[in-house]
Design a protein around this ligand. Structure first.
Ligand code: ZN
Length: 372
């Protein structure tokens, strides 16, 4: 395992490559944002796109997929600022938090936006999550499939010519240069980066008794007869998570500083009790935690230096999102021993080694780490 010399991301993170100097693709993305991308030109491109979209619109100009989180507020604010009529669309998580509901309600009210809270059968979600977790070690796969497919299906069916997604993850968290400079979320992108493990809804049909009809909302139509421009807002305006949180907060976004679910950002990952599990599995599969993501961004923003980030990780140690694991097991009607044995079955032995009954990662970022 090698770590970026500027931030603390390991090369096991999907999309991360280190160059000859040991600098990762995410840090290169940050450099692109500061030096390579002509943001005023990108803004003009966005204005052109808005004009083209409005010329084609038959009703709403665009769909903004929202969770109620800080980034959703920013997306809606920016869409409206540039004159787009917005239909906000949410895949309703079966584990929405109180603060997540409050923020979503406030967003719709304060920003004055029409909204669809798209709820899938909890029983289908439960079975799909069980299948994805046991087979691929990812509780987040059904969530990702739903939150991508639902806005795409609605845009096609309601003939809404644009979908405005949030950040370009390859620019923020690592990807090759072509991907970092791209503005488009299409089916190729979904296949590579949608956290779908190279599967589609058809693949899961028959598993845990799931039928075609159970999985309808997860299907992404092939060869649609209506063209939808599906773009990242973060490709047109320089993305900054802290700035988004500040802008959202000015309009009424709230976060409880005591309730840190996972990672080190109190304003993120707060809408859903299950999102923490998606991040938690990275420990077994890739040998890092959500803190590595959050603190690496802070390093790139110049808010802390690398040694301080390492100190914070060392000080915090290994923490499991106990409450969320318990909630997930209740949802699945399974004992917690089931959760831990599935996690264990996805421990990546390319990076993990067992010595005297204790698993550890040779060459881990923090040499004096307490392995348990
Ligand atoms: Zn880096």
């Amino acid at each position: 395992m090698r770590y970026c010399t500027q931030c603390i991301l390991p090369d096991t993170r999907p999309g991360i490559r280190l160059d000859a100097e040991g600098i990762c693709t995410a840090c290169h993305g940050h450099r692109d944002k500061e030096t390579k991308i002509d943001w005023p030109a990108r803004e003009r491109a966005f204005q052109t796109l808005v004009a083209q979209t409005k010329a084609r619109a038959e009703g709403y100009d665009c769909i903004v997929p929202v969770s109620g989180g800080k980034d959703s507020w920013y997306q809606v604010i920016m869409a409206k600022k540039y004159g787009l009529s917005v239909l906000a669309v949410t895949w309703r998580t079966p584990a929405r938090t109180e603060i997540g509901q409050r923020n979503l309600d406030a967003m719709i009210k304060n920003l004055g936006v029409d909204h669809i809270d798209y709820t899938l059968s909890p029983d289908v979600e439960r079975r799909f999550m069980k299948a994805a977790f046991e087979e691929r070690g990812t509780t987040g796969l059904p969530m990702h499939m739903a939150l991508f497919a639902i806005p795409i299906r609605l845009a096609l069916q309601l003939r809404i010519p644009m979908i405005l997604w949030g950040e370009n993850p390859q620019l923020e968290y690592g990807g090759n240069e072509l991907e970092r400079l791209s503005d488009t979320l299409d089916t190729d992108w979904l296949a590579r980066h949608g956290c779908l493990e190279s599967t589609d809804a058809d693949y899961w049909c028959g598993k845990e008794g799931l039928t075609q009809s159970d999985l309808l909302a997860y299907q992404i139509p092939r060869n649609p007869n209506f063209a939808v421009r599906s773009v990242f807002l973060g490709a047109f305006f320089k993305w900054n998570s802290y700035e988004n949180a500040r802008i959202a907060q000015q309009s009424g976004f709230d976060y409880d500083e005591q309730d840190l679910k996972i990672g080190s950002w109190d304003f993120a990952d707060i809408d859903c009790d299950f999102i923490s599990l998606h991040h938690f599995l990275k420990w077994y599969k890739f040998g890092f935690t959500r803190d590595f993501d959050n603190l690496s961004v802070k390093i790139r923003y110049g808010m802390i230096d690398r040694s301080e980030a390492i100190n914070q990780i060392a000080h915090k140690g290994w923490v499991a999102p106990e409450k969320d694991i318990a909630a997930f097991c209740r949802f699945q009607e399974k004992p917690e021993s089931w959760f831990w044995s599935v996690c264990e079955s996805f421990r990546n032995t390319d990076i993990w080694v067992k010595d005297a009954g204790v698993w550890h990662i040779p060459g881990f970022l923090i040499p004096e780490w307490h392995w348990t």
